[in-house]
Ligand binder design. Structure first.
Ligand code: HEM
Ligand SMILES: *[C@@H]1O[C@H](CO)[C@@H](O)[C@H](O)[C@H]1NC(C)=O
Length: 331
């Protein structure tokens, strides 16, 4: 009897598994229909607040997309980036990649407030980030995808891991790839997701090094188009102007398309971490060429890689909570 039960359970798991479009990482299950009964209006609410924010300021789409990435690379996609500092825990908002840079937190909080009104204590802040990243992509002209849902919010944050795990704009190709590999992401995900830099801005501090002294010999980065470099130097001086903003894709700065990859072919990538995708590794170079040639192929793979990144779950699995407000754990 016990044996046939075990068999039945095993059989059900094996038979049903292929039908389930879900991300399974570290024992957690995510699936797009997670809120279908508990909060059927969840996706509409997220989209309406994101659309309003992006209509007010197009850059907000880029900022929201980036916050999801910076959340997922630190203890998994668990909303840890959203927590403010407490007496015992410094916020990830203070890390090198996030300080004076990560933005959009008030939009996330506005979505959360709207959701708490309609379906109290139901939709996690981590899921809001995943949905807002998808909606931001779509609003700028990218393809849509189904977002697996059911994440839980963390009870803590890690400033240390935020500094350690999130790639830096002057990382070499092997370091970038290593940081993605450590998250279970591969070279295809690295090149494809870097295509996010088809929208949004970067500050002068993020690329000054390559304009003046890329490798300690007082020379600009040789893998940078020199007329583009002098254009950049005009508003990103050797010192001062740290926070001056530049578009990451200066051909179609607010369209989610493949022009980022075309820029790399012309040595007009803004960050060193962008340009190395076309100068350091054969497989990566081929991917850049492929996406530069075919927008549709890029957009399709982007959707797939976003689902994969969104499936990075915390090692604590499904433990965690649904926060009432995103910047604070429940008391
Ligand atoms: C491959 C390694 C990556 C590096 C080194 C990197 C680095 C950076 C840097 C330095 C900035 C400018 C920040 C500032 O100056 O304030 C930036 C902006 C941005 N990044 Fe990345 N990034 C990487 C991958 C990604 C990924 C995977 C995504 C999304 C899935 C992403 C999305 C964005 C977006 C949308 C912006 C513009 C944000 C805004 O305008 O507010 N990046 N990135
Ligand atoms: C990368 O940039 C950081 C911050 O500006 C700097 O401290 C570090 O030395 C740079 N690394 C390399 C390899 O140039």
């Amino acid at each position: 009897m016990a044996r046939s039960m075990t068999f039945l359970i095993l059989f059900s798991i094996l038979a049903l598994a292929p039908m389930c479009y879900c991300g399974r990482t570290y024992g957690g299950y995510l699936y797009p229909q997670y809120y279908d009964y508990s909060c059927p209006q969840a996706e509409d609410i997220v989209m309406s607040v994101v659309a309003k924010a992006v209509a007010k300021e197009a850059r907000m789409a880029a900022s929201l997309l980036r916050v999801h990435f910076h959340d997922c690379f630190v203890q998994g996609c668990d909303g840890s980036i959203l927590l403010d500092s407490t007496g015992t825990m410094p916020s990830e908002k203070r890390s090198n990649p996030n300080r004076k840079s990560a933005r959009g937190f008030e939009v996330i909080e506005e979505i959360k407030a709207a959701l708490e009104e309609q379906c109290p204590h139901t939709v996690s802040c981590a899921d809001i980030l995943a949905l807002a990243a998808r909606d931001s992509t779509v609003l700028m002209g990218g393809r849509s995808w189904e977002v697996p849902l059911g994440r839980k919010d963390s009870r803590g944050a890690s400033l240390t891991l935020s500094n350690l795990n999130i790639p830096a704009p002057n990382d070499t190709f092997p370091i970038l790839l290593n940081k993605f590999n450590r998250q279970g992401l591969d070279i295809i995900d690295l090149v494809t997701l870097s295509g996010s830099h088809t929208i949004g801005n970067a500050r002068c501090t993020a690329f000054r090094q390559r304009l003046y002294d890329q490798s300690g010999d007082d020379q600009p980065d040789s893998r940078l188009d020199q007329s583009y470099a002098s254009q950049l130097r005009a508003t990103c001086p050797r010192s001062g102007g740290d926070q001056n903003l530049f578009v990451l894709d200066n051909v179609t700065p607010t369209a989610f398309d493949n022009s980022y990859f075309k820029n790399l072919l012309a040595y007009r990538g803004l960050l060193s971490s962008d340009q190395v995708l076309f100068t350091s590794n054969k497989e990566s170079i081929e991917l850049v060429k492929k996406y530069a040639k075919d927008n549709e192929v890029f957009l399709q793979q982007f959707a797939a890689s976003m689902v994969k990144m969104g499936n990075i779950l915390p090692s604590t699995g499904s433990r965690g909570e649904i926060r009432k407000i995103c910047r604070k754990i429940n008391s």
